[in-house]
Write a protein that binds this ligand. Structure first.
Ligand SMILES: [Cu+2]
Length: 550
């Protein structure tokens, strides 16, 4: 990305903006002073690991996986990286590493703002059925079953690695999906004492290839939006059948943890019987991120080792997810709880309708070093687009080579000036990095997502955000495959299956800054002028300058 030399006037503007921020500081702190729900959780006390005589700790590397520039596709391949003998899996720890070995002969973990495992699902084919079993998102939640319980594995099980690796840069790469399994072979005497548990995939938008919904800025109640409970009419299509499950027979839940995206606060698991509903577990997001609930610098809580919930036939399980919508919109968000349960009612199990259930858990890990680049430094070298002269009045802006054509903030001179559109009309964007003829892997899906001006600070896990007062989002421009698999639907892509988008006709005059959610170093601006000419924009810029100067 080329950076524009910083003119003295711009340095002054930046300084003025900084002073204005400092002046606003007290008020801003007060507004965000309400602690996040997960703030009280210990960052060091983690879910304890079960241990058995003869237990093995097996580490697998799936790959190497060639990662194309800007890649954000959904893949599913057979996975032979699994144990050779039958036994119990009692812990599952996911990671993503570079394929290249480092000086110590190991593999480095990529920074999350560079390349990350958006999700990985270890699906198991057994008895002519494919079921998602272990899963990880970028928060890298570690699954573990309490002492005495385990997932029983057979070598005849087919494993399918379903993953979405998100390359946030135009640089190709090569990675492995790394996972470490605690495994007790059936041949070990300790295996005799382990009770088998089965996975239950609870998913607010699933089960499907890409189970997502949007949590929009300001949506919900007091800045908290719970899906699917508060879904608006247009969002109801994103509700997945797997957000509920009717319990078919007596079972005991023994472990669960949630998956959510930046902005997520918690996932809830509840049970309903005879019209009464009880909380069973809340997987809470513990944010290490200094900016709050806005990044992947988070870990989620899993159940404590003595959590046992007895359920009966006819009970109904329900999952919801709650996002913080005070600061930004969270597009393509998830809410998943993988629950492990044993058949029958096991010793020590509590009936949630007659006994209190401890529905708080412990984090599955602490802060991870790959989340240390937060971004947000205003001294990025990018301009404040509101101060730039008007650009041309094109009807279409082509996105090519990770550049937004006219109005890209990395362009200097006339090309960097915001394209101008009249109020009541729209400006079209066309993504030439993802045309219909290209393969999904050869495509770079881009978005035009509103970001609070100037949207010019450095890129990191917490910047930029979809935090503009006036929200818009193009969706991921590009095309993806259709692959119908029973239980997973057919839309196997995050792409919108179009590569054009038009700005809303309802925008009032002013300068609008935006970024690409997939490649957040990409920034741009356009300008809407009033029907009476562009005077209104200049007046706004002038008013803003005098406001920041005073
Ligand atoms: Cu992009």
């Amino acid at each position: 990305m080329s950076s524009r030399p910083s003119a003295p006037s711009r340095a002054l503007t930046a300084l003025a903006a900084l002073l204005a921020l400092v002046a606003l500081g007290a008020g801003a702190t007060a507004a965000s002073a309400a602690p996040l729900p997960g703030a009280h959780i210990s960052a060091v006390q983690t879910v304890p690991e079960a241990s058995y005589p003869g237990m093995q700790r097996l580490t697998y590397l799936y790959g190497p996986i060639k990662i194309a520039p800007g890649q954000n596709t959904i893949e599913a391949q057979a996975n032979a990286q699994k144990p050779q003998v039958p036994g119990f899996i009692t812990r599952f720890q996911p990671d993503l590493v570079y394929a290249k070995t480092n000086a110590q002969g190991g593999h480095d973990v990529p920074r999350v703002d560079v390349i990350h495992l958006h999700h990985g699902v270890w699906a198991v084919a057994r008895d002519n059925q494919i079921y998602p079993t272990f899963a990880a998102g970028e928060e890298k939640t570690i699954f573990s079953t309490p002492q005495g319980f385990g997932y029983h594995y057979n070598p005849s099980d087919g494993w399918i690695m379903n993953y979405m690796i998100h390359n946030l840069t135009p640089n190709p790469s090569s990675v492995y999906i790394k996972y470490t399994i605690d495994f007790v072979p059936d041949s070990e005497p300790a295996a005799q004492g382990i009770t088998e548990v089965k996975p239950l995939w609870m998913d607010v938008s699933g089960i499907k290839w890409y189970p997502v919904f949007d949590a929009l800025k300001g949506q919900g109640t007091k800045g908290r939006f719970t899906f699917p409970t508060q879904a608006r009419a247009a969002q109801k299509k994103d509700i997945g059948a797997a957000h509920q499950w009717n319990v078919p027979r007596d079972i005991t839940l023994v472990a669960t943890a949630g998956h959510l995206h930046p902005g997520g606060l918690y996932t809830d698991l509840t049970a309903t019987r005879n019209g009464a509903t009880k909380e069973l577990f809340r997987s809470e997001a513990k944010y290490y991120e200094p900016a709050g609930a806005v990044s992947w610098d988070v870990s989620l809580t899993g159940t404590k080792p003595d959590w046992r919930v007895a359920l009966h036939a006819g009970d109904r399980l329900n999952t919801t997810v709650t996002y913080d919508t005070r600061k930004a919109s969270w597009y393509e968000s998830m809410g998943i709880m993988v629950v492990f349960y044993a058949d029958g009612i096991v010793g020590g199990a509590k009936d949630p309708f007659s006994q209190p259930i401890d529905w708080h858990g412990l984090v599955t890990h602490g802060h991870l070093a790959e989340n240390d680049n937060h971004g947000g430094d205003p001294e990025s070298g990018l301009p404040d687009a509101r101060d730039l002269l008007d650009g041309t009045r094109p009807s279409n802006v082509d996105i090519k080579g990770y550049i937004y054509g006219q109005g890209d903030l990395s362009l200097t001179g006339a090309g960097g000036r915001p394209p101008v559109v009249r109020a009541g009309q729209s400006l079209k964007f066309t993504n030439l990095d993802a045309t219909k003829g290209m393969t999904p892997q050869g495509s770079a899906y881009h978005t035009i997502t509103a970001c609070k001006a100037p949207c010019s600070a450095t890129t990191g896990i917490a910047y930029p955000l979809a935090n503009a007062d006036v929200q818009f989002d193009s969706g991921e421009l590009g095309y993806g495959p259709t692959l119908a698999v029973p239980g997973f639907g057919s839309r196997m892509t995050p792409a919108a299956n179009r590569n054009t988008w038009k700005t809303p006709k309802t925008l009032s005059s002013g300068s609008y800054t935006y970024f690409c959610r997939i490649h957040p170093f990409m920034r741009g601006a356009f300008r809407v002028v009033g029907a009476k000419g562009k005077g209104s924009v200049k007046k706004q810029a002038k008013a803003r300058k005098s406001a920041t100067a005073s």
